[in-house]
Ligand binder design. Structure first.
Ligand SMILES: *Cc1c(COP(=O)(O)O)cnc(C)c1O
Ligand code: SF4
Length: 456
């Protein structure tokens, strides 16, 4: 049975020590959390603590790894710098400087998002919008820039910390509506965050309803990217706005557009609770489709059996497996990273064991500067061992679905670790990509984006 009147309660660095189960943590582990949460954001909630984490199996439990910080997130040097600055309470400025420096070392903007992807409208940057692939624009609504729990591996972490120049969200001008109206090539709007489902139904409606009007006929699909089904399924069951959310979803589908709920699940364990299964069923009754995506993460899901079971359960519950991502080059990446060759093997082994209904999934996919690129195979061609790669999405639409090859390298974890096969100097797209970087850098408007975060 799902619980009645389950009230969301957050834990953060100020009250995490009141979590009863945390008594199982050693003093050293608690110290680790205190130190690292000065640099990276920490937040979790009572559902994750009580229903997801197996407290008899910490720290190995994948749901624990998903929510709680581990010592290896920072290098020894970084950890010690922060720990000693915390102790010097007389020098708060020093602590700020140290934190700032360590954060900068953690690559807060992977794939150069700020340089490339903020669109201009009549020469003015459009705050909170990203438009990288022709058909799809991303909206980062200000009211949706937090989450029900912060995943320790999240590449969006700069959104959750207080440094303004790392933030990225819509502002009061709502310029993004003008942009969407004028760009008829956009068929899909993806509302993302943070977690947009943190917004009240009223805020979500303010964002979605205008898109149903005649000005936006070209927009066919509205997508919501969210981890709420894993972290707080009661959003759709007993929360005050539960029925309103479902009403909005239904309204989109009845208007002739399609609502696609892009759900983030990392492990089949997240699909096992009755609350999650009930929330999934409630969403499906509105005509919404649910597509599932997750990064591949060491210590959380680096095993083909986990993926096989996750995809099969998703299909059984009426959801559609969509993407397996390679963890991005940001934050505590070295803790989670898996070589591309191994990622490919995990994907292949899981994929082979499912029926065609689960083979809608694609991956392992890197969201890199030129586009989304999958590892498609390991082969030997003309006596050379190579990695076969393919564009699933590309900055230049002409590159999409194109196959290309890199020299075999079993240590490489990202596109930047690979070099072209067959003695080539550069990958086929590099010259053009470099040109577009130069253009953006010369365009002062485009890089000096400091979106102001105002609640609307
Ligand atoms: C992944 C992604 C999209 C959506 O791509 P689909 O393949 O259509 O799901 C859009 N914009 C950006 C920047 C992305 O990274
Ligand atoms: S739910 Fe998504 S945006 Fe939020 S912390 Fe997790 S990965 Fe990041």
């Amino acid at each position: 049975m799902t619980k009645k009147n389950y009230q969301l309660k957050y834990y953060n660095i100020n009250n995490f020590e009141t979590i009863p189960q945390l008594q199982a943590l050693s003093d050293d582990q608690k110290h680790t959390m205190r130190v690292i949460s000065h640099v990276l954001p920490f937040r979790t909630n009572n559902y994750v603590i009580n229903e997801l984490i197996d407290w008899n199996n910490i720290p190995e439990d994948p749901m624990f790894q998903l929510a709680f910080m581990q010592h290896e997130f920072l290098s020894k040097k970084q950890f010690n710098q922060v720990a000693s600055a915390i102790h010097q309470t007389n020098y708060p400025d020093k602590l700020k400087r140290v934190i700032h420096k360590v954060r900068a070392q953690l690559n807060p903007h992977p794939a150069e998002q700020l340089v490339h992807n903020v669109p201009l409208l009549a020469g003015t940057p459009v705050p909170g919008l990203q438009h990288k692939y022709r058909e799809t624009a991303l909206i980062f609504p200000t009211a949706g820039q937090t989450c029900f729990t912060y995943c320790t591996f999240c590449f969006r972490w700069p959104q959750f910390i207080g440094e303004k120049q790392l933030k990225f969200a819509t502002d009061q001008s709502q310029l993004f509506f003008q942009y969407l109206k004028h760009h008829k090539e956009i068929t899909d709007v993806l509302i993302t965050g943070g977690d947009p489902m943190i917004m009240s139904a009223r805020h979500l409606d303010k964002l979605i309803s205008p898109l149903l009007s005649n000005d936006y006929k070209h927009i066919q699909n509205i997508r919501i990217g969210s981890k709420v089904l894993s972290f707080w399924p009661y959003r759709f069951i007993t929360d005050q706005d539960a029925d309103q959310y479902l009403y909005i979803f239904e309204k989109v589908n009845k208007s002739g557009k399609h609502l696609a709920f892009m759900a983030h699940f990392n492990h089949w364990r997240e699909l096992e609770t009755e609350a999650t299964q009930e929330a999934v069923q409630r969403i499906l009754t509105t005509g919404t489709s649910i597509r599932c995506q997750s990064p591949l993460l060491r210590k959380i899901n680096d095993d083909p059996n986990i993926w096989q079971q996750m995809w099969q359960t998703q299909v059984k519950l009426g959801m559609i497996p969509y993407y397996m991502f390679v963890e991005r080059d940001t934050g505590p990446k070295s803790y989670y990273e898996i070589p591309l060759v191994k990622a490919y093997e995990i994907f292949r082994q899981a994929y082979q064991k499912t029926s065609g209904l689960a083979r809608t999934v694609r991956g392992p996919s890197m969201s890199a500067a030129p586009g989304k690129i999958t590892v498609e195979g390991i082969e030997e061609i003309a006596g050379e061992k190579v990695i076969q790669l393919k564009f699933l999405q590309s900055r230049n639409p002409e590159w999409c679905n194109k196959i290309f090859y890199a020299k075999y390298n079993d240590k490489a974890c990202w596109l930047s670790d690979l070099v072209p096969a067959f003695g080539k100097q550069v990958f086929f797209f590099e010259a053009e990509l470099l040109k577009s970087t130069v253009n953006s850098v010369n365009n002062k408007d485009n890089i000096d984006v400091t979106p102001v975060s105002l609640s609307y």
